[in-house]
Design a protein around this ligand. Sequence first.
Ligand code: 13P
Length: 256
Amino acid sequence: MPDRPYIVGNWKMNGTRTMLAEARAIDRAAQRHPGVQVALAPPFTMIGALREAVTVLGVGGQDCHANVKGAHTGDVSAAMLADIGADFVILGHSERRKDHGETDVQVRAKADAALAAGIAVIVCVGETLADRDAGRAEKVVSGQVDGSIPLGDIAADAVAGGKVAVAYEPVWAIGTGRVAAVEDVVAMHAAVRARLIAAYGDAGAKVRILYGGSVNAENAAGLLSAEGVGGALVGGASLTADAFLPIVAAARPVED
Ligand code: 13P
């Protein structure tokens, strides 16, 4: 069901085994919302345990290497993520782009590798405050989409199968409590959509575009009902069931 709203919790570098209780609670609640696709991306160290602990939740990584294996100390490949039960991987998050200098070219290589390993991808894009203030937000984000989305041999099938999503996360809205205005989100999602259609043809119209950046229980309904918003990528408010579940409940489910 590729067009269910997609609510994804990105735990970032948070989570030890004590947090499995939160994941179980989120999983139980997700079972009551079959019209919404719910997933969590914990740190690498918790993917296996989380996979065992939950039933309906998607489980994903927050990064992968572009190679299948080899001499890359500290890295984890998409094949390894698939092996431990991950369904998807978040790629090109602005924190990876900033902390690790990841480029669009590298993000695309990782996305192609993830699809080749059989897992879905969420490719992240988003402008800085300087970009927005200078009036170049749409240009920057469009360029990131053009450069980062998967284009390898398997991409067309993956897009058709709902295995490619894009997350628009304005850098200035991440972890700041400062959420983007709904009309700006709508405008940017339309710009991203145009690039997806340019890349994938008609199939690009079905790729889900998630919004991320300070999504919480209070603002979720407004954001998730906005034109072109296919879900949310949630950081801080995904760390507890109490904070995350109202966001899942705010997603408008697909009618059967
Ligand atoms: P916050 O929800 O904490 O702002 O984080 C958003 C994010 O970066 C999700 O990937």
